[in-house]
Design a binder for this molecule. Sequence first.
Ligand code: 4NP
Length: 162
Amino acid sequence: MRLLVVCLGNICRSPMAEGALRARLAEAGLGPRVEVDSAGTGDWHVGEPPDRRAIACARGHGVDIGGLRARQLQAVDFRRFDWLLCADAQNLLDVRRSAPDTAVADSALLLDWAGLQPGGAVPDPYTGGREDFEQVWQLVDSAAQAVVTRLSQGGDSGIIPT
Ligand code: 4NP
């Protein structure tokens, strides 16, 4: 299974979610079964590491995301990944609008797909403070744990929402 987490800038929410997912999957021994990456719908931060506040927050939870570099969502991602998991409704709208005719990937909200919160958003912490990044971490780490539980229990079909 190949998962791509998508937010706006790919420097806050989606790299934090990528880090949480990688860590929880590795902890459960599922690392080899699930490929995880992240991208942004915007191009402002392409090539940059995650926001320093995102790096610090993840590090506080024992996860190193400092080596990640931002990239923009590309047409090929719609063929390479099984699921494009979006941080909020605007990201999901932008993803669906930019889908090429050849797209095979499905798209959903991350928190919805994880079975945590139907229609739920991971709020953008960019203009916020430390507590906003901490809230993002709690959400994406809860989502990562929920994904691992579903994969462990039900196989691939178990994590596809109805
Ligand atoms: P992200 O946060 O989408 O969680 O990476 C943002 C990062 C940068 C900007 C907006 C949101 N920006 O406008 O540059």
